[in-house]
Write a protein that binds this ligand. Structure first.
Ligand SMILES: [Zn+2]
Length: 254
């Protein structure tokens, strides 16, 4: 009988310990995102496409209406169809809320494949609830679909009609099946046998050393990593021949 009680007691202790670890992780995510950190790119409020609201302006009961998936409108399609390899019906327009290090709520939007639209909204809602910092999320045609330009502006995006970096192969971004998150601080990096290196965006060299601590850094302890990988995405930071720390791509379709 005593042994039974002892086993029960130990089981309860183990469950409580696991629960406290989990909540501590989420609290620390929220706490770290509320630190005031100097951001070295222009604030979202300076861009026409981004809108900023204070948390008071977003009524808690209205939150769900701020995370929406819609079809691509005529006016949007006319701006973005250059070079598209995906049918308009296969794409969706997502609007979400996101926090930044300025402690403000921003309205973000991206285009993605309809296959992952609901999943992405769910992920971005969880990131919002945890106050995970995302600096900017506006549509790539505002940068002329120039990936280097939007990465330098630290713009989070999904659909972008372009090739894989350094090749002529169409990227998973061209089908709206990959997300680049806070790309300036999570660059693409390749080290070649001849000693040369490639960093994209070109301004991201300070963020190639992943042993350093800095804002927006994605690693395998990060909440975004946890959410994307548990929802069927693979992370470019796990690749062997190069690293693409900003990149999460859908595993469902090759
Ligand atoms: Zn990418």
């Amino acid at each position: 009988m005593r042994t039974k009680h002892l086993i029960l007691f130990l089981a309860v202790i183990a469950i409580l310990a696991l629960a406290s670890c989990h909540s501590e992780k989420y609290n620390s995510e929220a706490a770290s995102s509320s630190k005031v950190v100097n951001v070295d790119t222009i604030p979202s409020t300076d861009r026409k496409a981004g809108t900023t609201e204070t948390s008071e302006q977003v009524n808690a009961s209205e939150i769900d209406k701020c995370f929406v998936v819609t079809k691509v409108s005529d006016s949007l399609w006319s701006k973005m169809q250059t070079g598209s390899v995906v049918k308009r019906d296969d794409l969706r327009h997502i609007k979400v809320l996101h926090w930044d290090l300025d402690k403000k709520t921003h309205i973000g939007e991206l285009i993605c494949n309809r296959i992952i639209a609901d999943t992405l909204v769910q992920i971005f809602k969880e990131l919002y609830n945890a106050k995970y910092p995302i600096q900017r999320m506006v549509l790539p045609h505002l940068f002329g679909n120039d990936d280097e330009a939007q990465m330098q502006a630290n713009n989070t995006s999904c659909y972008c009609p372009r090739t894989v970096k350094g090749t002529k192969v169409m990227s998973k971004h061209a089908r709206g099946l990959a997300v680049d998150l806070n790309p300036l601080y999570n660059p693409y990096y390749k080290s070649r046998k001849d000693g040369s290196t490639e960093v994209q965006p070109s301004t991201a060299t300070p963020y190639v050393n992943r042993s350093k601590e800095f804002s927006y850094k994605i690693d395998d302890n990060d909440l975004a990593y946890e959410l994307f990988t548990s929802h069927g995405f693979r992370w470019g930071g796990d690749w062997k021949s190069c690293k693409d720390y900003q990149h999460f791509e859908w595993k469902g379709i090759q």
